[in-house]
Design a protein around this ligand. Structure first.
Ligand code: SAH
Ligand code: DHB
Ligand code: MG
Length: 226
C-alpha cells in the first residue's frame, strides 16, 4: 500500500520532470481543461507518459497509429504529433460525448486532418477497420475497457506488421495484477492479456511498474516479431 506521503512525493517528481521535459502548450492545456469542463473522468495519461508515447512513435518512424480508447484526445495529441504531415491516426471511442470533446480538442491542436475519431464499441469498429483493409499500423496504443484487453491485443496483432509496437496502459493497477481477482473483470482481462502475450510467439514483450500523478500502475510494451 502507498501512503499519502508516497503519493505526494510521486506527484512532486512528476511535476519536476514534466516542467523540464514535457511542458504543456496551449493545445494540451486546453484539451485537459475542456475535457474536465465536459465532465470527462480525469484519467488521461500523465504528461510524461504522453511524452513517452510520443517518443516511442517517433523512434518507430510511425506513419500509421491506432489508438483504442480516446477519452478527450489528450494521449491522441501526443501520439499524432509524432506523425508526418501525410501520417494517419485512427482512434476508437465508445462514448459519443467523449468523441465530440476529442474532435474539438484535436481540431484546436491542428490535428484534425491527420486524426480520425471513430465512435462505437471498439470490438465493432475494429471489425470494420479490418473489413476496410485498414493497417498495418506501426504503433497501437490500447487504453479502453480493460476487460477486453485480450481481444484488443489480438486485434492489434491482426492489424500489425513485423516491427509494430503494441502498448497497453494500466496493466498494474496498484499491484492488483500480480494475483487473481475473480470478482474484478478489469484485472481478470488484463491477466488474460498477459497470458496471451506470454504464449504468443509473434510478440516479444515486457511490462514495467510506474508511480506518479496517476498513482501506482504500469505499461506493457510488445513488439510484433513476425
Ligand atoms: N487514452 C486516453 C484515455 C482513455 S480512457 C488518454 O490517455 O488521454 C478510456 C476510454 O475508453 C474512455 O473514453 C471510454 O469511454 C473508452 N471506452 C470504454 N469502453 C470502450 C469500448 N468498448 N470501445 C471503445 N472505447 C471504450
Ligand atoms: C482508468 C482508466 C484508465 O485508462 C486510466 O489510465 C486510469 C484509470 C479507470 O477506468 O479508472
Ligand atoms: Mg489509461
Amino acid at each position: 500500500m502507498s501512503t499519502d506521503n508516497d503519493q505526494a512525493r510521486w506527484t512532486a517528481v512528476d511535476a519536476y520532470v514534466t516542467d523540464l521535459l514535457a511542458p504543456a502548450d496551449d493545445a494540451l492545456t486546453a484539451a485537459l481543461a475542456d475535457s474536465e469542463a465536459a465532465g470527462l473522468p480525469r484519467i488521461a495519461v500523465a504528461p510524461n507518459q504522453g511524452k513517452l508515447l510520443h517518443l516511442l512513435a517517433v523512434t518507430q518512424g510511425a506513419r500509421r497509429i491506432l489508438e483504442i480508447g480516446t477519452l478527450g484526445g489528450y494521449s491522441t495529441i501526443w501520439l499524432a504529433r509524432a506523425l508526418p504531415a501525410d501520417g494517419r491516426l485512427i482512434t476508437l471511442e465508445y462514448s459519443p460525448v467523449h468523441a465530440d470533446v476529442a474532435r474539438r480538442n484535436l481540431a484546436r491542436a491542428g490535428l484534425d486532418t491527420i486524426v480520425e475519431v471513430r465512435t462505437g464499441a471498439a470490438l465493432d469498429t475494429l471489425s470494420k477497420l479490418e473489413a476496410e483493409g485498414a493497417g498495418p499500423f506501426d504503433l497501437v496504443f490500447i487504453d479502453a475497457d480493460k476487460v477486453n484487453n485480450p481481444h484488443y491485443v489480438a486485434w492489434a496483432l491482426k492489424l500489425s506488421r513485423p516491427g509494430t509496437l503494441v502498448i497497453v496502459d494500466n496493466v498494474v493497477r496498484g499491484g492488483a495484477v500480480a494475483t487473481p481477482h475473480p470478482d474484478d473483470p478489469a484485472i481478470t482481462g488484463t491477466r488474460e492479456m498477459f497470458e496471451l502475450v506470454a504464449r504468443e510467439p509473434r510478440l516479444d514483450a515486457t511490462a514495467f511498474q510506474t508511480v506518479g500523478t496517476k498513482g501506482y500502475d504500469g505499461l506493457l510494451i510488445a513488439r510484433v516479431t513476425a
